[in-house]
Design a protein around this ligand. Structure first.
Ligand SMILES: *Cc1c(COP(=O)(O)O)cnc(C)c1O
Length: 393
């Protein structure tokens, strides 16, 4: 006999999903109504306006794709890359590699600009790639590399693309609502995000936004978009600005209630306040970890406050530590990904999970488990060091 599933109450401090507030979970549990109900259509318009606020854009083509962040990524590439297009793509972690894969599956040619994992995208290398490939139609890069905990200079990269007459596609899955994202000011042409990172909403939706230049490119495509589901011209029949909403697919109605609530929370707090909260909690966590004798894997000038990569000290059993945190403390932190597996931990401080209690809880839980493993750490220092940061903030 199967029975109902009741998950434990975890503290989610990995690379996503992040903790979802009871306010958002409450919204998710409200009565389902039809996806063409006039009241639901009003909610869609509000979601769109709130997304425009979060992205800091006036782009008309702004909506949540009905699937997780990877679908938002795919939506940007399938709509903008036509067979034969040359696309400069930056890789400094896992997600840049997925962009390359998308380009090739769209029939495009990827020109790869590589930087080491743990380093930001080098703008001068991208400049050189444009000099070598003046016919490049698009520049694609990841703003916040969740695999390493590094942010890149999105403003400079988008300006570079514009100067070379190329469109920009930017992955903001982890950056949106965690660090500054300015779609219009930076001149971003296509950006996608996810609900389960700094928006602290349930997984399963991917906000996207396209500039009017990107919309023009889509309208003048000579080849049909290879994905029927993600073809923006079709999706716009349902999400479009006029009052005629045509059925395309059944919107994930309750997930959109949750996204609406999560975006309201961001708006109520304010973008600047949200960012400064992420920064303070990050500084306190780093102070605590360093007081313990641990070191950060990324240089201070390109660290993401919402994703903290920590070097695993010699002799520490990575899997055993994470299992102890999960089983004894109901605390999830992330493992290293790809080339960083076994070398780093990734501690997320995303959205609702970015708070003082979580910083203190994580520091004391890690200290307890590391001490038991007889790791070379200094005990009794971390909480005090983090406390000083909070008191100064
Ligand atoms: C999480 C993540 C994705 C993928 O999002 P999913 O919701 O897991 O599909 C893409 N890019 C970055 C940078 C991410 O952190």
């Amino acid at each position: 006999m199967s029975s109902s599933f009741f998950p434990p109450q975890r503290t989610l401090m990995g690379p996503g999903p992040s903790d979802v507030s009871s306010r958002v979970l409450g919204a998710l549990a409200r009565p389902t109504i039809g996806h063409l109900d006039p009241l639901f259509v009003q909610l869609m318009d509000e979601v769109k306006a709130l997304l425009q606020f979060a992205f800091q854009t006036n782009n008309a083509l702004t909506l949540p794709v009905s699937a997780p962040g990877s679908a938002g990524m795919e939506a940007c590439f399938v709509n903008l890359v036509s067979p034969g297009d040359k696309v400069i793509v930056c890789q400094n972690g896992v997600f840049g590699g997925r962009m390359k894969e998308n380009i090739e599956r769209c029939g495009g040619t990827a020109v790869l600009v590589e930087d080491s994992w743990g380093e930001p995208v080098d703008v001068s290398k991208v400049e050189a790639a444009f000099d070598d490939h003046p016919d490049a139609a698009i520049l694609a890069f990841v703003h916040a590399e969740t695999s390493t905990g590094v942010f890149s200079d999105a403003a400079a990269l988008c300006a570079l693309a514009a100067r070379h007459g190329a469109l920009s596609i930017v992955d903001a899955v982890t950056s949106l609502a965690g660090i500054e994202v300015l779609v219009d000011e930076w001149g971003v042409d296509a950006m996608y995000s996810g609900t389960q990172k700094c928006l602290s909403c349930v997984p399963g939706l991917s906000p996207v936004t396209f500039s009017s230049r990107a919309e023009e490119r889509i309208k003048h495509r000579k080849h049909k978009v290879q994905s029927w589901f993600l073809d923006m011209q079709l999706v716009m029949g349902y999400w479009g600005g006029d009052n005629k909403r045509a059925y395309h697919h059944t919107a994930p109605v309750n997930n959109l209630y949750a996204l609406h609530e999560a975006l309201l929370i961001v708006k109520e707090e304010g973008l600047a306040e949200t960012q400064s909260r992420h920064l303070t909690n990050h500084r306190a966590l780093v102070a605590g970890l360093e007081a313990m004798g641990l070191s950060m894997a990324v240089a201070a000038n390109c660290r993401l406050p919402q994703l903290n990569s920590v070097v695993i000290p010699e002799g520490v059993n990575d899997a055993a530590l994470r299992a102890a945190l999960l089983n004894e403390f109901d605390l999830e932190i992330g493992a290293g990904l790809g080339g960083l597996a076994g070398k780093t931990w990734r501690i997320g401080l995303m959205g609702f999970a970015s708070n003082e209690r979580n910083v203190m809880f994580c520091l004391s839980a890690m200290e307890t488990v590391l001490q038991r493993q007889e790791a070379p750490i200094k005990t009794g220092k971390a909480i005090q060091a983090a406390r000083l940061v909070f008191d100064d903030a």
